[in-house]
Design a protein around this ligand. Structure first.
Ligand code: NA7
Length: 536
């Protein structure tokens, strides 16, 4: 039914998380476009709207997991913890939406079901599940990278007599675990955050682990007054440092090699990094992510820590990662994760010995054993990067479906544009360094670059920008080259490679050349009149 009125805007943005909010602010308030944000959820916040599972918090530290574009915003907002909890990030984003009067242009509860480029009209036609139609010259996807929940197709799930939840679709009213037997499937960043919190509340927690993981203590804590004062005094320098860093974090990567120091000195450096905690552990030496032998020293250090923390030798052995090196999969950080397995009410089940055969009304069945459960929590990750984009059913010129174009893996130019899809920008898409970066740093760069590009078009009376196939091929080769210069492609079960979703093409999707380097490339492309893009 196409009877509804068509609403026309200069730009449609899909998604009202960190990306969509800032992109709206820039396009509306700086470029002067009419903009509508369409958001499926009933509130803003994107990732942080959905991820409300127990223990959900950011692994980047609060004072730099935030926008840097407004000094006033920075000055007036007080973070309470070193690692912000999901609710605090939502409050921050709500504040941003109010402070910059963004809400009036955001339409909540609106799930986009299709977007097609009308070549004759030179407009994107965006349709929603409710049957609304929008037309816009520009379409910007701000749908996140980790927003398509991956619930594995385990036979019998529908027969389960208890309740089950995916962590990325957590009920707003919370889940009461008291007195319950809980099964947690998945030991990525999410499962590792959730396990200690669920274990403290549930009668019993059974963790079903497919791949043992490395994790370093987060060392979360309150932001005390002295630390807050230090952050305020150093705000500009910290932001500068984050922008200049390979991963958008304001910490230095050591310039020393693992092999520049004696084994005793190395051990002391790792001990200090373990005590300090956080994602910074991998910055202890410059070659941890570049040289497998160097990495092995860090991996071995963490394996020893696991064995020293976990009391039961068999459980410790099962928790010790063997099939990948530290940080070749996204490294989790935790609060008492390994210690949780010393609790009398926690059991580890090693799925490497035997996989889950089925879910039955009483619980999870593995070989001949059934683990009786009242609740199952799927911390099984996401159809990362491509999933959220493909679910929009995007069609470019000549009815070209993005799904078909990306059948063998995603290809784009700078992670921002796909040939055949004029005036479509994919924020934090595959080919962007975003998922390897402290996300707001990548998001601000994408949003500013896109806003500058649209200003450039407007100033010159141009109405169309489209990446050339040659540029996308070149960028695809650069993404491959950058990944193979690191150890990242070595982890065969990583979501960076699409390996967690059965049937997904195995292609290393993020740009691993570093955020600062990427920023430089994007600036050069713009300075050369948008090299690699056809402007009309
Ligand atoms: P991840 O990192 O993709 O972790 C998912 C976990 O679920 C991981 O341990 C998987 O094992 C496991 N998994 C997935 N499917 C299954 C099945 N079918 N059976 C058993 N276990 C399974 O997702 P997270 O939500 O933890 O983190 C995503 C990102 O969010 C994170 O990297 C940060 O960037 C923030 P596997 O390792 O594939 O063997």
């Amino acid at each position: 039914n196409e009877a509804g009125p068509v609403r026309r805007y200069d730009a449609i943005i899909v998604g009202a998380g960190f990306s969509g909010l800032y992109q709206l602010h820039l396009l509306r308030d700086r470029v002067g476009l009419s903009v509508r944000v369409l958001e499926a959820a009933e509130g803003i916040g994107g990732t942080w709207y959905w991820n409300r599972y127990p223990g959900a918090r950011c692994d980047s530290e609060s004072y730099y997991y935030s926008y840097s574009f407004s000094r006033d915003l920075e000055d007036e907002w007080d973070w309470t913890e070193r690692y912000p909890e999901h609710g605090e990030i939502r409050r921050y984003l709500d504040h941003v939406a109010d402070r910059f009067s963004l809400r009036r242009d955001i339409q909540l509860g609106t799930r986009v079901s299709g977007a097609a480029y009308d070549e004759a009209a030179k407009r994107w036609i965006v349709t929603t599940e409710a049957g609304e139609r929008f037309e816009a010259q520009f379409l910007i996807t701000a749908v996140g990278c980790l927003s398509s929940a991956n619930v594995p197709a385990i036979p019998g799930l529908e027969s389960f007599a208890g309740a089950w939840y995916h962590t990325g679709r957590w009920p707003h009213e919370g889940v009461d675990f008291s007195g319950k037997r809980v099964g947690l499937i998945g030991t990525g960043s999410t499962g590792i955050q959730a396990a200690p919190v669920i274990a403290a509340e549930a009668a019993h927690l059974t963790v079903f682990q497919r791949t043992a993981n490395y994790s370093v203590p987060a060392r979360n804590g309150p932001m005390d007054d002295a630390f807050k004062a230090w952050v305020r005094q150093n705000a500009s320098a910290l932001r500068e440092k984050a922008r200049a860093a390979p991963n958008g974090h304001p910490f230095d990567f050591s310039d020393r090699s693992v092999f520049d120091v004696s084994p005793a000195e190395r051990q002391a450096i790792y001990e200090a990094a373990w005590e300090r905690g956080g994602l910074r552990f991998r910055a202890s030496f410059r070659d941890i992510m570049l040289d497998a032998k160097a990495n092995e020293t860090a991996s071995a250090f963490i394996r020893d820590k696991i064995r020293s923390i976990v009391a039961d030798p068999e459980t410790a052995e099962a928790l010790t990662p063997r099939d990948h090196l530290f940080a070749t999969k996204r490294p989790p950080i935790d609060t008492h994760y390994f210690e949780t397995f010393n609790r009398p009410n926690v059991t580890l089940v090693d799925l490497k010995k035997a996989p889950i055969a089925a879910i039955v009304p009483e619980g999870v069945r593995i070989a001949d054993a059934t683990y009786p459960l009242d609740v199952i929590v799927f911390a099984t990750g996401f159809d990362a990067l491509t999933g959220p984009l493909l679910s929009l059913d995007i069609r470019g010129r000549d009815g070209l479906a993005l799904r078909d174009v990306w059948a063998d893996g995603p290809k784009s130019y700078l992670g921002l544009q796909v040939p055949g899809f004029p005036n479509l920008f994919t924020m934090t898409g595959p080919g962007s360094p975003s998922v390897l970066t402290n996300m707001p740093v990548a998001i601000e760069q994408h949003a500013e670059w896109i806003a500058d590009c649209l200003s450039h078009l407007r100033e010159r009376g141009l109405d169309r920008v489209e990446a050339t196939p040659e540029a996308a091929d070149m960028w695809g080769a650069e993404v491959d080259r950058a990944a193979s210069a690191t150890l990242l492609p070595m982890a065969s079960s990583s979501w960076y490679l699409g390996a967690n979703v059965p049937g997904k093409p195995r292609v290393f999707m993020p740009y691993a050349g570093g955020m600062a380097h990427y920023r430089g490339i994007c600036e050069q492309v713009a300075a050369r009149g948008y090299d690699g893009f056809a402007l009309r």
